[in-house]
Design a protein around this ligand. Structure first.
Ligand SMILES: [Ca+2]
Ligand SMILES: [Ca+2]
Length: 93
């Protein structure tokens, strides 16, 4: 393998990480395509610097993200969340 092939660009790595984190939590209930409220709560508590341990806050996030109101968070809905959180983090660092 050449040096070029071994080097995965940083942004691509970040994207793969996002997919891996989503999959890790989404598959817990057997439906790997979406996050239930419990899965979303576990993900937020374990994987974010910002501790959203407050149940009301998790519920608020969940309801805002669930754009199609089917009571689960799909990967595109999750990406809206990560984009918003990343933009908020940028203001803090
Ligand atoms: Ca699931
Ligand atoms: Ca949804």
């Amino acid at each position: 393998m050449s040096e070029v092939c071994k080097e995965v660009p940083q942004l691509a790595k970040a994207m793969i990480l996002l997919i891996n984190v989503f999959d890790k939590y989404a598959k817990k209930d057997g439906d790997a395509d979406s996050l239930s409220k419990g899965e979303f709560s576990d993900l937020v508590k374990a994987e974010l610097i910002l501790r959203a341990s407050d149940k009301a806050k998790v519920d608020e996030f969940f309801n805002q993200l669930d754009a199609d109101k089917n009571r689960t968070i799909s990967f595109p809905e999750f990406m809206v969340f990560t984009a918003a959180i990343t933009a908020a983090m940028k203001k803090m660092i």
